[in-house]
Design a protein. Structure first.
Length: 275
């Protein structure tokens, strides 16, 4: 079975056909998915948890786990009430991670210093509940400055906690992946690994050890080839597995089993630490 380690299942783009979408995922071999709880901002970051509970135990539907966090785009909205809400959500058993959090210097929807402050505050909340973090990092054009800042903060402020995390939708260089893995992170590859101009990402994917790798869709965004440009969905995580299998010269079943094993092992280890 496959695991989609990062999907925005609460997106309004799924409101008309979420049941059918989950059925298609199940039919494609997706046994579980991680619904990312950022909502449209702090006011709605609880929706991923609600979906996890709504679909719990439903037959022929993937198991739905949840995260909670404030995306760097909405960092300027992360007031004390938002952080208190995050604190509450991270106490819920279905919420297994804090995220996606981090830095985005491409769009700069929130001031960079505000992004750093909110990233730091969320790391503190996550650490208090012994939950790993899911990182969003997007540099500005022709610059790796967001990577430099993100990794420095991880190395100095997060790595000592020993909780690790996930670099979601990885688009960086090998050095970025290596530094993150040295801090206990897994590297997750999304549908953009199938894009013709994504050879730099594929070059890193060849180097990342199989036991440190996850796959995701980031749906509804970044639909993989041959569905590029369409609304993405969890069933298409199989296309990500297929591209990784191709470039690693492995079977799709091997990629599926290894990434599923990595997901379960990582979160089981973190959970055992918490107890």
């Amino acid at each position: 079975m496959l695991i989609d380690s990062h999907v925005h299942l609460d997106s309004q783009r799924y409101d008309e056909d979420r049941d059918a979408l989950l059925a298609r995922a199940w039919q494609a071999g997706v046994g579980a998915l991680l619904s990312i709880g950022i909502g449209d901002g702090p006011d709605t970051m609880h929706r991923a948890l609600e979906l996890s509970r709504t679909y719990a135990g439903k037959p022929e539907t993937p198991s739905i786990l949840a995260s909670a966090g404030v995306h760097p785009h909405e960092a300027q909205l992360a007031d004390e009430a938002a952080l208190a809400k995050l604190d509450h959500l991270l106490q819920q058993p279905e919420v297994i991670a804090c995220g996606e959090v981090g830095l985005d210097y491409f769009y700069d929807h929130s001031p960079r210093e505000t992004q750093k402050t909110v990233f730091r505050r969320q790391m503190e909340v996550a650490a208090a509940h012994k939950k790993p973090i899911i990182i969003h990092c997007r540099p500005s054009d022709n610059s790796t400055n967001a990577w430099d800042d993100t990794l420095e903060m991880i190395e100095t402020e997060w790595a000592p906690k020993g909780l690790g995390g996930i670099l979601h939708c990885f688009t960086g260089e090998w050095d970025h992946a290596k530094r993150a893995m040295d801090c206990g992170f897994l590297i997750s590859f999304a549908g953009n690994i199938t894009f013709p101009k994504a050879q730099p990402i594929r070059d890193v994917a060849i180097l990342v050890p199989l036991d440190r790798m996850l796959i995701e869709t980031d749906a509804p965004f970044l639909a993989p080839v041959p569905n590029r440009g369409k609304r993405n969905e969890p069933a298409w995580v199989a296309n990500v597995a297929g591209k990784l299998a191709e470039i690693r010269n492995l079977s799709v079943d091997e990629i599926a089993s290894r990434t599923t094993e990595n997901f379960h092992r990582f979160f089981s280890t973190v959970e055992s630490m918490a107890h």
